[in-house]
Unconditional design. Structure first.
Ligand SMILES: Cc1ncc(C[n+]2csc(CCOP(=O)(O)OP(=O)(O)O)c2C)c(N)n1
Ligand SMILES: Cc1ncc(C[n+]2csc(CCOP(=O)(O)OP(=O)(O)O)c2C)c(N)n1
Ligand SMILES: [Mg+2]
Ligand SMILES: [Mg+2]
Lengths: 338, 303, 338, 303
């Protein structure tokens, strides 16, 4: 677990939130700015897209480095294959497209050309989860984490905000091997400080607490922090962990939560099955003694109805309130009964 | 599967019920000028829906409207009262992002109330941003990811052959969409199974999401591509309702071969500020722009 | 849980195995024979293959019903799309190909054309798991369960032997909706009686026991039964459940195992993450009070080395011995120490 | 990406180390007859490996052997001592099921000991049934699922252009394999990026796994398909080592265009009982058949 210096000292005592929520931003901006910066200092960095110049926000990159920008057209299998060849040829490709198409349409290329081959290719799954809202289930990627995390050798990262998106991009650039970064378009409040460094396999402790542990990633992290505030007002101290590193995963953080808190709630923008909640369940069931109860927040086994991303998050209870309710259900309210 | 049921022009029509009950397509669709007006009503409605939802795919709606008007205005053998009538012609909108135009055509044909169009992309609406056959009668396939329609259409056409039935399957694809390899897989199987009951219409508007097709991935010589994949091909003006009606009614072009109709179109057709503008792929019209469009199209929304 | 009539009476008392292991058979034979039979009585039944006539053992079908046999060539995306169209056109397609290619290459078609659309298409993933042995990881489908079970509306079945393969085929034929059947080519002993009926969402109790519960499916079921024999000789009574129905899943059977036995071991021919073991972990962690420990047997997060299917199963401890060892580790040996 | 580095015939060769140290290809490969014999040694070795493993893809190994002999016998600029020499030519075996033939060619070129070939598909062997670049030097891509090689090759060729380097990328595909749509996606992008440093060789043996290609999914007119997808195309006898050497050395056929060489071959070539027999796609030779093959091929395994 990464303990930010500011709160390391007070780790063991429940405390007021150290991370406050800043202004909202679209993580795609941090993504594309960082990519331009990386390309500036490393001539191997290049981008591959599938007719998705604007939805990946790569117009700036394309303008600045046209000779390192490849648009393969509407062809996701080819996109991942081309990325693999670029890596073979000594380049460092960031392959960017809507997460729904990138993962589903090119699943075998991701498995074989990336995972099995261990190609140094970075997949950037844009507008992931239910960010495409009303465009519907064909455009949602509610299974991408369950799918990608079972591909051996693939690192899987779900950044929580703009700063972490930048950190994850820098990590991806600096570290050899295939990776999948899941980048939302739902604007999220800033949480982590500018200059934050991504550490693989480490949960980021955002708030200490000993009643319940909230584990979230991506869009749900700020909601978990809001939930923790609300819970504190009810006398429940929540530990909040940002589980951006899906693979590798911080097993000790789960076991510590199992020992140190009376319940665990996970929250993610995807199916309840097989994702972040599934990983935590696997660890608890196989490694923890007398584990406290777990609640997994996410989509039940359905495709989403019509609605904006915000509406759908609400619809499926993926809100601060949903996290509060689940927490109270697990560990009970400490407020005196009225 | 090598059974060969000849496709005749004598096709069954839906038993009993009038095919056009509740339909805005009222029997005068033989007249190309009336079809043109109906196409413009599709355009105007689709734009109003996009304006309503603040989201949508205006350019491709507008380029496809004449094809949709001609198909739903008479070419397709359908019964809105029995949307699952087994012997209906199938129409698949492979370029599912143009759902607004499809929904309008379905409503005009009487599959559901035109008032429903006002719920486009509303919370819990049946009118999702891309078509969902489990929510709306008349929708044949859940499309949205490009390159799914043609493989499904091939399956429909094989089914008709297996069952010895004479209904036809039409599928409308984008031109950028043809960069998806799944289409060429499907094309190869269509020729192998001699699917002369399959008609592919390519909305050749020369634009895709970010740019012109030829600047992105060159598609020309597109007709020859289809020919080398075993299709009988013709290129027509995709905004000429008379030609469209003639060619679509008369398909297949050749017995024993699947048909490909390259419909040369203009993305944003009929609305001056949207025509041929890459940004209008998913541009959303303002109220002001809607008024301008209504003037130019000389049409009102059907809702 | 389906309790076969023969052992219903004695369910609560540990007993000698009711199911003994019969001669080995390749489930593909039961699959193809059943398909021919179904086609004989139902003119809607048809088959779609990807140049895989012999590996799917469908030569007989093709000879008998050439007009209902579609070979789309080497084109898995198209194969699933064609199946979807056949269903739309009133046919009842069984879409058959190597599980590795069928699932990975056509993942988006499986998600959208089948799951989201709820098309009445039956996917038959042949030679699944590590059955292709030395052909290597590109030909293994160790992720197919983790991938398919998170697709809403898709029923997922992993038959244990020839009789259950036939039963699953008949169920698939009789029941509307999209399904994925995972059919091995590794010869497995017969376990279930001829005429066995598949019940969705029901574990099949193969042996009663109160010390440990063994949950397996596919190729691993006979090994679990063998393990139970060996455990019995050590004084440990194992409950053996065939979890062929991955989706829907028999949650009560897991909760009963959590209440009634002191440990649970799952065994499957696939990755430890996200599959059968993952499902059981999710149920235990979220629904069981004081759950006993779980051991998940399967592949760790790696692609397999070179070797025959048998070698690889052994290599990864997916054997009776592997199950015995895990069980003993969990619940301890009852044999007196020497 | 629109940079255009001209492909010249003046290419770099690996610095310092002799390219052919430890190589069975010993410098006489200019002689087509010697190349033919080396091809037959690949054939004989691949069959022996299949016999050893009781598994393999004999038919496709035999049809591809001349191409492999010509490529590894001089056309490819490689350094077995520095398998990752950045400026090496890339060769990708997209039809990865013919790994036995590839492994043999790599061993003959000196990438590893020929004795290793005796471990084909053995437990924990580095010689998997399909090539794995993490296990063996000289392997460029982990293939096996058909339709992966060409997209990767396109990426390699783009990389060379981006880096302003003159190495070439060769990829060998099956003909049945071209039914995979991913190939046509890749082909379209290759023409768009003017990849004249990319050479696709199609092993046109007219058979796939279960039957002849034209009985399964018709591939003809195959050359025209490639032409309409923007390639410069030539059809040659894929067993004529002189022609192969000339055409492969001289590629690209046309500046500014990717090259497609349709190598007309015979599946099972050189072994009478295997030639043109669908069952020999993955037929495994008996000892008796091995002896017969050795006689007909006038060659011994290299191990
Ligand atoms: C598989 C897939 N990749 C990407 C997209 C995103 N997308 C939606 S529309 C579009 C452009 C389509 O262009 P075209 O087919 O020419 O349609 P039209 O011009 O008629 O709108 C793209 C890339 C998608 N829907 N599906
Ligand atoms: C995606 C995928 N689908 C199916 C297969 C199974 N398969 C292995 S070889 C083969 C036939 C290949 O035929 P062709 O490309 O003509 O190769 P060749 O004749 O040279 O052996 C098939 C279908 C595969 N390897 N990959
Ligand atoms: Mg277009
Ligand atoms: Mg071939």
């Amino acid at each position: 677990m990464v303990t930010p210096p500011e709160i390391a000292a007070e780790e063991s005592q429940p405390s007021a939130p150290t991370y406050t929520l800043g202004p909202k931003a679209d993580c795609r901006d941090a993504f594309s700015q960082t990519l331009v910066e990386l390309a500036g200092s490393d001539p191997r960095v290049c981008a591959v897209v599938n007719d998705s110049v604007s939805s990946t926000k790569l117009k700036g990159f394309m303008g600045k480095y046209p000779e390192r920008f490849v648009n393969v057209g509407i062809a996701e299998q080819n996109m991942v294959g081309v990325g693999t060849g670029l890596a073979n040829g000594g380049m460092l490709p960031f392959v960017c497209g809507a997460s729904c198409f990138l993962t589903a349409r090119a699943m075998e290329q991701v498995k074989v050309d990336l995972g099995y081959t261990r190609s140094n290719v970075k997949l950037c799954g844009m507008s992931s989860g239910m960010a495409y809202g009303q465009l519907g289930p064909t455009h949602h990627s509610i299974e991408d984490i369950a799918w990608t995390r079972v591909i051996p050798n693939l690192t899987v990262i779900v950044p929580a905000d703009a700063a972490e998106t930048e950190a994850a991009m820098r990590f991806a650039h600096a570290t050899d091997g295939p990776m999948f970064l899941r980048i939302s378009r739902v604007p999220v409040p800033s949480i982590l400080p500018k200059g934050h460094v991504f550490e693989p396999g480490k949960a980021v402790l955002l708030r200490e607490g000993h009643d319940v542990t909230l584990m979230a990633n991506g869009v749900l992290v700020s909601r978990a922090l809001e939930a923790a505030n609300a819970l504190a007002a009810m006398g429940i101290e929540a530990r909040v962990l940002n589980m951006s590193s899906i693979k590798p995963f911080d097993e000790p953080a789960v076991l510590a939560a199992a020992r140190g808190t009376r319940g665990i709630v996970t929250a993610e923008e995807g199916l309840r099955a097989g994702g972040l909640g599934g990983i935590v369940a696997e660890i608890l069931a196989t490694k923890a003694r007398n584990a406290p109860p777990l609640r997994i927040l996410g989509l039940p086994d359905v495709f989403a109805p019509t609605g904006t991303a915000e509406f759908l998050l609400e619809h499926f209870g993926l809100t601060a309130k949903g996290i509060v309710d689940a927490s109270v259900e697990l560990v009970g309210s400490k407020l005196p009964a009225r | 599967m090598q059974s060969e049921v000849p496709v005749t022009t004598q096709r069954q029509s839906p038993g009993g019920v009038s095919a056009n009950a509740n339909s805005l397509f009222d029997g005068r669709e033989g007249d190309p000028a009336i079809l043109k007006h109906l196409a413009n009503r599709i355009r105007m409605t689709a734009m109003s829906m996009t304006n309503h939802a603040h989201l949508g795919h205006t350019g491709g709606d507008l380029s496809a409207s004449d094809v949709l008007a001609v198909l739903y205005g008479g070419v397709l053998q359908l019964d809105p009262q029995q949307p699952n009538w087994p012997q209906r012609d199938r129409f698949l909108l492979s370029k599912g992002h143009c759902a607004a135009a499809l929904y309008t055509a379905l409503a005009m044909r009487g599959f559901f109330e035109t008032a429903l169009l006002r719920t486009f992309m509303d919370p819990l609406s049946k009118l999702n941003g891309h078509p969902d056959r489990n929510k709306l009668p008349g929708v044949e396939a859940n499309t949205g990811p490009l390159g799914h329609g043609l493989p499904i259409a091939v399956g429909c056409a094989i089914a008709a052959k297996m069952r010895g039935e004479t209904w036809r399957t039409f599928v409308l694809t984008g031109d950028g969409e043809l960069q998806e390899g799944s289409n060429w897989e499907a094309a190869m199987s269509a020729q192998q199974y001699k699917l002369d009951n399959l008609i592919v219409i390519v909305d050749r508007n020369r634009l895709q999401q970010g740019d012109f097709t030829e600047n992105t991935i060159r598609m020309e010589p597109l007709a020859d591509k289809w020919r080398t994949f075993g299709f009988a091909v013709t290129e027509i003006d995709g905004h000429n309702t008379a030609t469209l009606r003639e060619v679509l009614s008369g398909a297949p072009l050749e017995v024993g071969k699947p048909t490909c109709i390259i419909a040369n179109t203009i993305k944003g057709k009929g609305v001056s500020f949207a025509e041929n503008q890459p940004a209008w792929h998913h541009g959303v019209p303002t109220e002001e722009q809607l008024r301008k469009a209504a003037e130019e199209l000389e049409a009102e929304p059907v809702w």
